[in-house]
Design a protein around this ligand. Structure first.
Ligand code: UTP
Ligand code: MN
Length: 523
């Protein structure tokens, strides 16, 4: 402690500190808290400081000898110590305040008083680098983890994803999220899990997920998963929901009516929506993975079409391909223009032109309805002008199996016009157009989204995914920042104002999060 500059003790020390915000009377002066900003971020630190002070805790704005608890999030004990030594000239060996994890803080807030320190709260310092232990604690929030496509634990994550999918198909939101989070945290680990000890301190792994991992570690497979993949309901709903335009509710209804196969669907008297008709018509193509080569080709086609109407419009590939994936289930694009307003009305012109060229097999255009939106509503869907479409991609070489990049398509030729839905309207019993092996085109799902320039960064962040990364970003914003994040904007409830951002980096900064590049958002 000798090297910490001595500070006169004051009874009102909490009141004397910077940071502003509402301050309650100090009820628990004996515990002095210092929150480490690293990995926590400044806005979350500010928020936690205010929260604790309101509850009567003493939170110090700077490190001093009156600090008894150094609280940090996602840092190891060694890292915190190193930081304090660097920033405050504190000598590690003489340091007496306890280095504790954020769990002590949140539990104390919950209890309304500083809790007795337990072993599990303390950060370990200079621990032996035993094999399998992790240097940096793993965050429970996907938006605070770096998840590349290099998944070292596929054996477990594949199994967990099947349980998650089954829960989703049964509309069990809780288990769906639990298995998805468990799978996601394993994807982020920089090592292969080879024994249960490797999972010490890893968040988001409930009993069920841990049991599954243990079973796979012991015998290579998990019985529950094996049973599921044989299960007729699981198989049927998975197949039905893989049809464009079919959600869980519809799939379940059809299953309950006794339907099991696509041919049974096609032969039935069901009144399909336009989207489902297209989904069935192009089913065999749409279940094929879309390659990055095809995505780039479609980008060229869209650029040509968009620039006819708006020469300096910006077209960005988003979704999984922006995260570095080589294959996707569709291709997502975001379109904008630096002069706000110029993008209005663009989508219908572009789609009309491409339809005339025979490029569009199906389209569903939604107009921008942002003006009708109350920004405080948190919604899953955004209000941008967009088009969910199916493109007709010409191919030079027919075989498009994954792993073989052999597609060199170009704009579909005029003579192919008319293969779209028009010719099939009202005749759902002919819902097969892509079964022919020798056709020279492939149907590909494409989503086009048009954002005004002022919302572009938010739209880009929202459409890059992954789904769980987005979900956790929004949850983090709400719980730790008192902000509402969506694909249009970030609203700060405390300041009662929108926070503008021109780049994704600025959005992460507003949220008090380290910037995570797209390739590391594969949560
Ligand atoms: P996708 O469903 O296309 O997923 O949504 P993906 O990550 O690109 O993966 P694949 O390869 O196609 O399966 C891309 C992102 O766009 C957002 C989602 O949050 C997702 O992260 N999105 C999608 C929306 O915001 N709204 C939508 O209507 C659809
Ligand atoms: Mn996609």
């Amino acid at each position: 402690m000798a090297q910490v500059p001595r500070k006169k003790k004051r009874k009102d020390s909490a009141l004397s500190l910077g940071g502003g915000g509402p301050v309650g009377a100090v009820k628990f002066g004996e515990a002095g808290i210092f929150l480490v900003e690293r990995r926590m971020g400044s806005s979350r630190r500010r928020f936690l400081t205010e929260l604790a002070r309101k509850k009567g805790f003493r939170v110090e704005g700077q490190m001093s000898e009156s600090v008894t608890h150094v609280v940090s999030e996602n840092n190891s004990g060694d890292e915190v110590l190193e930081l304090l030594e660097k920033q405050n000239g504190i000598c590690g060996t003489e340091f007496t305040a306890a280095l504790v994890d954020i769990t002590w803080f949140t539990e104390s807030m919950g209890a309304g008083k500083p809790l007795q320190l337990e072993k599990r709260h303390r950060l370990q310092v200079k621990r032996a680098a035993a094999a399998g232990t992790i240097a940096v604690p793993v965050s429970p929030h996907a938006c605070q983890r770096r998840t590349t496509l290099n998944n070292r634990n596929r054996l477990f994550t594949d199994a967990l994803n099947i349980l998650a999918e089954n829960a989703e198909l049964s509309e069990n939101e809780g288990p769906y999220l639990a298995f998805t989070r468990a799978s996601s945290v394993l994807k982020s680990l920089p090592y292969n899990v080879t024994k249960m000890d490797d999972l010490k301190g890893i968040p988001n792994l409930g009993d069920h997920s841990r049991k599954l991992i243990e079973e796979i570690l012991e015998g290579g497979t998990c019985n529950e998963v094996q049973d599921l993949i044989q299960n007729v309901r699981y198989q049927t709903l998975k197949k039905f929901t893989s049809i464009f335009g079919v959600g869980v509710k519809t799939a379940d209804k059809w299953f309950k009516e006794g339907l099991r196969t696509l041919n049974e669907l096609r032969a039935s008297t069901i009144k399909f929506t336009k989207q489902q008709e297209a989904g069935l018509l192009y089913y065999e193509d749409l279940i094929l993975p879309v390659t990055k080569v095809e995505a780039d080709l479609i980008k060229q086609i869209i650029e040509e079409a968009v620039h006819r109407f708006l020469p300096s419009a910006i077209i960005t590939l988003t979704g999984g391909f922006r995260r570095g994936k080589e294959y996707g289930h569709d291709v997502d694009f975001l379109i904008t223009h630096r002069e706000e307003g110029r993008e209005e009305g663009l989508i219908s012109k572009v789609i009309s032109w491409m339809t005339a060229q025979g490029i569009i097999l199906y389209d569903d255009i939604t107009d921008n309805s942002y003006h009708k939106w109350k920004y405080k509503e948190s919604e899953t869907f955004d209000r941008f002008a967009k088009c969910f479409s199916i493109f007709k991609l010409q191919k030079m070489v027919h075989n498009l199996e994954p792993g073989r990049t052999c597609s060199h398509g170009s704009l579909a030729a005029n003579e192919t016009r008319g293969i779209g839905l028009a010719g099939h309207a009202g005749s759902p019993r002919h819902l097969t157009a892509t079964a022919a092996k020798d056709k020279d085109w492939k149907a590909v799902r494409v989503d086009l989204v048009v954002a005004p320039f002022g919302q572009y960064a938010y739209a880009l962040l929202g459409w890059t995914g992954s789904r769980l990364f987005e979900r956790d970003l929004r949850r983090y914003a709400k719980h730790f920042g008192h902000m509402i994040l969506n694909s249009h904007s970030l609203f700060d409830n405390k300041q009662n104002t929108f926070l503008l951002a021109a780049t994704e980096e600025e959005i992460f900064a507003h949220l008090g999060l380290d910037y995570i590049p797209p390739q590391e958002r594969n949560a």
